[in-house]
Design a protein around this ligand. Sequence first.
Ligand code: A2P
Length: 275
Amino acid sequence: MNAPAKTEEFAVAQVQAKIPDGVYAETVLAVEHYTDRLFRFRMTRPAGFRFRSGEFAMIGLMVGDKPVYRAYSIASPAWDEELEFFSIKVPDGPLTSHLQAIKPGDTVLMRKKPTGTLVLDALTPGKRLYMFSTGTGIAPFASLIRDPETYEKFEEVILTHTCRDVAELKYGFDLVHEINNHEFLHEIVGTKLKHYPTVTREDFKYRGRITDLIENGKLFADLGVPALDPQVDRGMICGSTAMLKDTKDLLEKAGLVEGSNNKPGEFVIERAFVG
Ligand code: A2P
């Protein structure tokens, strides 16, 4: 009679034995699928795990008997008791083909040291902070727009999010809705946060690549703000390799200088992954 239970216990022990040393093994709390390409999940946060809003961590799963990791921006803010991640689903992706199947109760691995350049400390003081994102590149900004420090440092925060179609914008719309209804964040944020969603492959109120909208001035006209000015404007960029390069070129053309953790500047880029 005891045989099945023993087998199960043995299987659990085996799985636990395989978890590599020096990494956190956390429990999935919630999973939400947006489209066949995008999903988010929330998991437990290890007691001693500290990070700055906007940083990324290496997230992984045991695939067979080997851990497979990929860089993921932490989408939840530094004060949150849980950790949130926003992910693409790559059909044959070494990690995401497995990660997209996770369910509450499953174990996700996380390496212990977070890092990254999309942090407030890497920017010199300014008045208006632009966060330029495409696709899952919105993730580090999901963290930063939920962090009160962002609004202490900037008078205006503009989050641009460009996706192929409207369904892919939902994560961003949900975020802004959450902030506006949050018990303390909505007072801190007030009217400082402007969300500028655009799509490139479907009809919508705002259309076009963010690079085109910067170049032709429509972004600024729509928002009712002046063109980019290194005296007041700061930028953060997160998206595909091509988007990072094209957006960086435009910010440099406007006179903004790239910064880093060691040498704060007028804009920063995350090069650790393609999102
Ligand atoms: P497009 O539809 O014109 O390619 P993806 O889902 O492929 O990561 O793309 C996310 C969004 O980023 C899409 O709307 C895409 O527009 C846009 N995009 C792709 N390349 C660039 C680029 N070099 N500069 C700005 N936006 C880009």
